[in-house]
Write a protein that binds this ligand. Structure first.
Ligand SMILES: Nc1ncnc2c1ncn2[C@@H]1O[C@H](COP(=O)(O)OP(=O)(O)O)[C@@H](O)[C@H]1O
Ligand SMILES: Cc1ncsc1CCOP(=O)(O)O
Ligand SMILES: [Mg+2]
Length: 272
C-alpha cells in the first residue's frame, strides 16, 4: 500500500542518513542543513570547483538551487550536475525565481540538459520553466499550483523527470501521473526557504531510493506538509513555525503521519 511505503521511506532516511550534496543559495543554507539533519539525512554544502565533482561522487544525491546564482556558482552547478548524470546519481533542481530574469532562464536551460530526476518549484516557477516566458515577480508564487498542472506535465515529458508543483496543494507529476497532497499550512509560505527545504528533503528521499524518484517526491512532500501543519498548530507566527518545523521533522511518528496524510491519486497514468 502506498501509504505504508511512504512511511517506510521516512524511516529509510532516518536509518541510512544519506549524504546530500547541496549547491544552494546564501539565504537558506542554514535552514536547509538543519532540516536535512532533523529529517535524518546528512547535509553538506559545497561549491568550490576543485571539489564539487568529488563531493557529488560520494553523496547519495545532489540538490541544485539557483536562488543566489553567479557565474562562479553556475560553473559549480554544471560540474556537479554533469558528474551526477555520468554516475546516474539522482539530482534535484530548485528553479528559484525562474522567469524573473533572462540570466536565470539561460542557466536553467543549461542545467536541464543534465537530466534532473526531480524538479521542485512553486507554480510561477514551474510555469516559467515550462515556457521560459511566464511572468514571475521574484521568488514567491503569483499562481496557484492548479494553474501550473499542464505546464508541469509538459515539463516532465520534455525533461523526462518528475515535476513537483508546491503550494496550498502540492502536485507530484510525471506525464499523466498526478498525485495531490493537501497537507501544509499558509504560514509555511511566510518562512523563507520552505520551498528550498522541500527540494532538499526530496533529494534525501531520492538518495535512499534512487530508482523511485516519483515515490520519493511524494514521500518528501507528505513529510513537509505534515511537519508544517504540526508546527503551525503550535506556532504564534513565522518565527516559531521555523523552530517547531524542525522539531516536527525530527519527532514525527508513523501513527501521526498516517492519520494526517491527505493524499489523492488524481490520475494514475502509466506506473513509473
Ligand atoms: N497556502 C499553503 N497551504 C499549505 N501549505 C503551503 C501553502 N503555501 C506553501 N505551502 C507549503 O510550503 C512549502 C513550500 O512551498 P512554496 O511556498 O510553494 O515554495 P516556495 O517557497 O519555493 O515558493 C511546501 O511544502 C508547500 O506545501
Ligand atoms: C528570498 C530569496 N532570494 C533569493 S533565494 C531566496 C530564498 C527563496 O527560498 P524559498 O523559495 O524556499 O522561499
Ligand atoms: Mg522557492
Amino acid at each position: 500500500m502506498l501509504q505504508e511505503q511512504l512511511w517506510q521511506q521516512v524511516q529509510l532516511v532516518r536509518a541510512q542518513s544519506p549524504l546530500v550534496h547541496n549547491i544552494t543559495n546564501y539565504v537558506v543554507m542554514n535552514n536547509t542543513a538543519n532540516a536535512l539533519l532533523a529529517a535524518g539525512a546528512s547535509p553538506v554544502m559545497a561549491h568550490a570547483h576543485g571539489e564539487v565533482e568529488d563531493m557529488t561522487a560520494i553523496a547519495g544525491a545532489l540538490v541544485i538551487n539557483i536562488g543566489t546564482l553567479d557565474d562562479y556558482w553556475v560553473k559549480s552547478m554544471e560540474l556537479a550536475a554533469a558528474r551526477a548524470k555520468a554516475l546516474q546519481r539522482p539530482w534535484v533542481l530548485d528553479p528559484v525565481g525562474a522567469g524573473a530574469t533572462s540570466y536565470r532562464n539561460e542557466v536553467l536551460r543549461e542545467l536541464l540538459k543534465y537530466s534532473p530526476a526531480v524538479i521542485r518549484g512553486n507554480a510561477s516557477e514551474i510555469l516559467a520553466l515550462a515556457s521560459i516566458e511566464s511572468a514571475t515577480k521574484g521568488v514567491d508564487s503569483q499562481h496557484s499550483s492548479e494553474q501550473a498542472l499542464d505546464a508541469a506535465k509538459r515539463l516532465s515529458e520534455a525533461v523526462n523527470c518528475v515535476v513537483v508543483v508546491s503550494g496550498a496543494v502540492d502536485y507530484i507529476v510525471q506525464g499523466d501521473r498526478v498525485t495531490a497532497i493537501a497537507n501544509g499550512h499558509p504560514l509555511m509560505a511566510k518562512v523563507t526557504g520552505m520551498g528550498c527545504t522541500a527540494t532538499a528533503i526530496t533529494g534525501a528521499f531520492c538518495a535512499t531510493a534512487p530508482q523511485k524518484p516519483y515515490q520519493s517526491a511524494v514521500a518528501a512532500m507528505a513529510l513537509m506538509g505534515i511537519a508544517g501543519e504540526l508546527a503551525a498548530a503550535k506556532a504564534a507566527g513565522p518565527g516559531s513555525v521555523q523552530q517547531y518545523f524542525l522539531d516536527a521533522l525530527y519527532t514525527l511518528d508513523e501513527q501521526t503521519f498516517n492519520s494526517k496524510l491527505q493524499l489523492t491519486i488524481v490520475h494514475a497514468g502509466i506506473p513509473v
